[in-house]
Design a protein around this ligand. Structure first.
Ligand code: C2O
Ligand code: CU
Ligand code: CU
Length: 524
């Protein structure tokens, strides 16, 4: 293995700016917890009952069993690394509905079609509670993996829902409050691919020419075991960054390709790392999709900014490249507040064989059926801020409370609203000596997908913003949006169809775990 040493990587990543925080932030300080706060909540929301068992009236088209297990995986040749992962079994449906990723700790790829009814039996064989969240799906509140529904070791939770989302690359991961970061880091994540008629009509590269690539960074100890949050409090405040790059669970990844067109789909499955994806030779990207599926039309970008939990899909044609040639995908340098992204390699593409194809890039990919800004019934603002008194990142000064919502977090079912996320707010409270820590926050909302309708950057944030902003793809349906230091981002969405508690949170998993997460309630 050509493993970057931690020192190399940190040098590459240019952690200079973090030094100020290291000195201010004792690694031994106790981690903040949501329970250390008084419960200032308003009346508890009415909750649907948890669905622990299969229901008789529901006839699934596809049925899976997924188990969360402790296992070992070979990440580095000759070493067994302890991981936690999802293993799966297809109980009903076409054979390709469940596709294990060979030799990877990642969970099996689940493939379903829009309109299908899906049942999943999730059994927790871990030594702590867990629950699965279906990231990006529009499903009932008690199917969404809210942390209130965690199950213990030995218990099973049965999910039943109809797939209403458009074709796209969604994913699944644990969502137990305070433990999401450590469980994902230990290996728990998988892809959930939805297909539909509209996608079929676009005639995109398919089968072996449609390749999902899950990007994750991890730190390993000398003995090959995972090391999570070894810098304690600092890793929570800043977000955990690993010093080893893994693609689909493998270091030093190479992708053999043929001289034809491919659809490559990237998921940033990292806890907190942002990637600025670029081809080393400067080839621009042709983007065809985002979190919520295909764009209306392909768009071009010099590089792609991919924050935690975001997805981006590209069309790339290796036709005309000579056999034996290589193309390197790298992460390029950027600045985002205290975070300095350095340059490092991600993936080597090797052109290994000749092939022809019968596909061509469509001028029109899909009809996204966006809402119109004029339909917005209300604008809410959410301030992303550090509360130094509490010692946590917060949303509007609040941290997560398991089943509570505030008055301003109750949304009428079916409403179309604008939510503005503001990352230009000074810290509040005192103590800890971390003045003016500015970080990017990838904000995620559960339930329906949204559109990014505006971005506003202030003078202080502009220089950093300029290093990443050309890589945003705001033309498609999204469920995560990166909000840069000094930035205000407005998103427009519908809050449809299912009543109950859903989450909105920072998808920097360390921030989420420390409480930078809240419920909103969809009320009928
Ligand atoms: Cu992928 Cu609530 O998260
Ligand atoms: Cu989600
Ligand atoms: Cu955050």
């Amino acid at each position: 293995m050509t493993k970057l040493t931690r020192r190399d990587f940190i040098r590459l990543a240019g952690a200079g700016a973090a030094t100020a925080v290291i000195t201010a932030c004792s690694p031994n300080a106790p981690a903040p917890t949501a329970t250390s706060l008084p419960d200032t909540a308003l009346p508890q929301a009415t909750l649907p009952p948890p669905a622990a068992i299969a229901t008789e009236g529901f006839v699934p088209d596809v049925e899976f069993a997924l188990n969360a297990v402790q296992e070992t995986a070979v990440i580095f040749p000759g070493t067994d690394t302890n991981v936690w992962r999802y293993t799966g079994e297809l109980m009903k449906g076409e054979a390709n509905a469940l596709q294990p990723i060979p030799d990877s700790y990642l969970g099996p790829i689940l493939r379903v079609r829009k309109g299908q009814k899906v049942r999943i039996h999730f059994t927790n064989d871990l030594p702590e509670t867990s629950i699965i969240h279906w990231h990006g799906l529009h499903i009932p509140a008690n199917m969404d993996g809210h942390p209130q529904y965690v199950i213990d070791n030995g218990q099973t939770y049965v999910y039943e829902f109809e797939v209403r989302n458009r074709a796209g690359m969604y994913w699944y991961h644990p969502h137990p409050h305070g433990r999401t970061g450590s469980q994902v880091y230990a290996g728990m994540a998988g892809l959930f691919l939805v297909s539909d008629d509209e996608e079929d009509a676009a005639n995109l590269p398919s089968g072996e020419y449609d390749i999902p690539l899950v990007l994750q960074d991890r730190t390993f100890k000398e003995d090959g075991q995972l090391s999570y949050m070894s810098n304690g409090m600092m890793d929570m405040m800043m977000g955990t960054l690993g010093d080893e790059m893994l693609v689909n669970g493998k270091p030093d990844a190479t992708l053999p390709v043929a001289t034809r067109a491919y659809r490559l789909r990237f998921l940033n499955g990292s806890n907190s790392r942002i990637y600025k994806l670029g081809w080393e030779d400067g080839t621009p990207f042709t983007v065809i999709g985002t979190d919520g599926g295909l764009l209306e039309k392909p768009v071009e970008r010099p590089y792609l900014t991919l924050a935690p939990a975001e997805r981006v899909e590209i069309w790339v044609d290796f036709n005309g490249r000579s056999l034996g040639s290589e193309m390197k995908l790298i992460s390029q340098p950027f600045t985002a507040g205290e975070i300095r992204g350095g340059q490092f390699p991600i993936l080597t593409v090797k052109v290994e064989r000749e092939a022809t194809d019968n596909v061509s890039l469509p001028a029109q990919l899909s009809t996204p059926a966006f809402h119109d800004v004029s339909e917005s019934e209300r604008t809410r603002t959410v301030e992303l801020m550090m509360d130094m008194g509490v010692g946590s990142w917060t949303l509007n000064g609040r941290v997560f409370e398991m089943t509570a919502v505030s008055e301003d977090e109750i949304v009428q079912m079916g409403a179309i609203e604008t939510w503005e996320y503001r990352n230009d707010v000074a810290s509040s409270g005192g103590g800890m000596g971390m003045m003016n820590m500015t970080l990017p926050h990838p904000i995620h909302m559960h339930g329906e997908q949204f559109q990014v309708i505006s971005r506003e950057i202030n003078d202080d944030g502009k220089a950093g913003w300029d290093t990443l902003s050309e890589g945003f793809v705001d033309e498609g349906w999204k469920d995560v949006v990166l909000v840069m230091p000094g930035e205000r981002v407005k998103v427009l969405r519908r809050f449809g169809d299912y009543a109950g508690l859903y989450l909105y949170h920072c998808h920097n998993l360390e921030h989420e775990d420390m409480g930078m997460m809240r419920n909103f309630e969809v009320r009928a």
